[in-house]
Design a protein around this ligand. Structure first.
Ligand code: MG
Length: 384
């Protein structure tokens, strides 16, 4: 079999480094053609040398000279800026694009990859939240394929492989509940970014870890599931499952529920997206049911975690509403990480931006970029 040729957008982040760890275990199956990062040129250069990467992109132009000097005499071609990224993902020597960038910044290169008919292993859920209709339409128009890397969506995708064309009745999206699952509202309101960054089960980047603590992440995953699987919002149920062993479930008309289980380790969904439809070993811990003993479930609490309610509201409104919510949240989470605002200011800002939105029912790509900028401005105004 020919090696699958991979481009990784965001190779120095949590998903990017775990993708490279899977590749490291299967050098006979995969060749990394291109990697990119925003700023971390030291790690980027080390990855380029280890994996013998052809094209290396740093998005921040100020870091370009440093990357050039680090990769001098390596044989790798060095680039900068998002335009380079967009043209490289279209290249004929790329089969699979791993979308592991954080936030709205992943939208343009993801669209470029889909326009070129690539397989996109998508971890960057904000792309689907901000522009779900455009992203899925582009995929269909160009015969491209999105394979979910988000663990819940990979689970749903894996469960559906046995569906035999039977329609989905419901999706049960599991949520760990995050670090504040058992805290009361008063205690949560005083939670710092350091408290929020102690996620009980998953090892993730800072943005998604804060989103996980506010349950914005689960809200975004509801929107993501809607676009990936074509299921109406009312049929996507969130259930809190603190052990994160069941990664999500699908339910059929006859009440049969199929679940995908495993120890929480992102290398499983990453490996499955890279090797699909085959499966490969990824070096993860295997589940021991006797050791596990029991699993727990509870309803989500939208009073303590209002972001989950806002996500359903944005999805029901449709159009550019989820884009505005995502933009507000990116600005608010960045401010929270800097200690400039409190925990519940994040959902307050999100709600304000969602209400103040200049609604567009069928946004174009330009409208989406405009909404993103406008909502970010409103959010900035709330913070200052
Ligand atoms: Mg997830």
């Amino acid at each position: 079999m020919n090696k699958r040729r991979i481009a990784i957008l965001g190779s120095t982040g949590s998903i990017g480094t775990q993708t490279l760890d899977v590749v490291r275990q299967h050098r006979d199956l995969f060749q990394v053609e291109m990697i990119s990062a925003n700023n971390n040129v030291e790690l980027l250069a080390a990855q380029a040398r280890e994996f013998d990467v052809n094209d290396v992109v740093v998005c921040n132009e100020a870091r370009y000279p440093k990357l050039c000097s680090l990769l001098e005499d390596s044989g790798a071609k060095v680039w900068t800026g998002v335009d380079s990224l967009c043209s490289l993902v279209r290249s004929d020597n790329v089969d699979i694009v791993v979308g592991a960038m954080v936030g709205f910044s992943g939208l343009r290169p993801t669209l470029a990859a889909l326009e070129a008919g690539k397989i996109v292993a998508l971890a960057n859920k904000e792309t689907l939240v901000a522009a779900g209709s455009i992203v899925t339409r582009t995929m269909k128009e160009h015969g491209a394929l999105i394979l979910p890397v988000d663990s819940e969506h990979s689970a749903i995708f894996q469960c559906l492989l046995g569906a035999n064309g039977n329609a989905l009745e419901k999706i049960h999206l599991t949520a760990s509940g995050g670090p504040f699952r058992t805290w009361d509202k008063r205690r949560i309101s005083g939670a710092t970014a350091a408290d929020a960054l102690k996620h009980p089960n998953w090892d993730m980047g800072a943005k998604v870890t804060i989103d996980s603590a506010t349950m914005m992440n689960k809200g975004f995953e509801v929107i993501e599931a809607h676009w990936l699987f074509g299921v109406k919002p009312g049929r996507i149920k969130v259930v809190v499952h603190p052990e994160s062993i069941i990664h999500s479930m699908v339910e059929f008309e006859d009440g049969a529920i199929i679940a995908q289980l495993g120890c929480p380790d992102m290398r499983q969904p990453i490996g499955f997206a890279l090797s699909f439809p085959g499966r490969i070993s990824v070096g993860n811990k295997k589940l021991d049911f006797a050791e596990l003993g029991s699993l727990h479930f509870e309803a989500p609490d939208t009073d303590r975690f209002p972001n989950l309610r806002l996500a359903y509201e944005a999805l029901e409104r449709g159009g550019n509403a989820p884009c505005a919510l995502n933009a507000a949240n990116e600005v608010a989470v960045a401010a929270y990480l800097q200690g400039r605002i409190g925990f519940y200011d994040i959902s307050r800002i999100n709600e304000k931006c969602l209400r103040g939105l200049n609604f567009a029912a069928n946004p174009s790509v330009e409208d989406i970029f405009e909404t993103n900028a406008e909502a970010a401005r409103i959010a900035d105004g709330c913070i200052n």
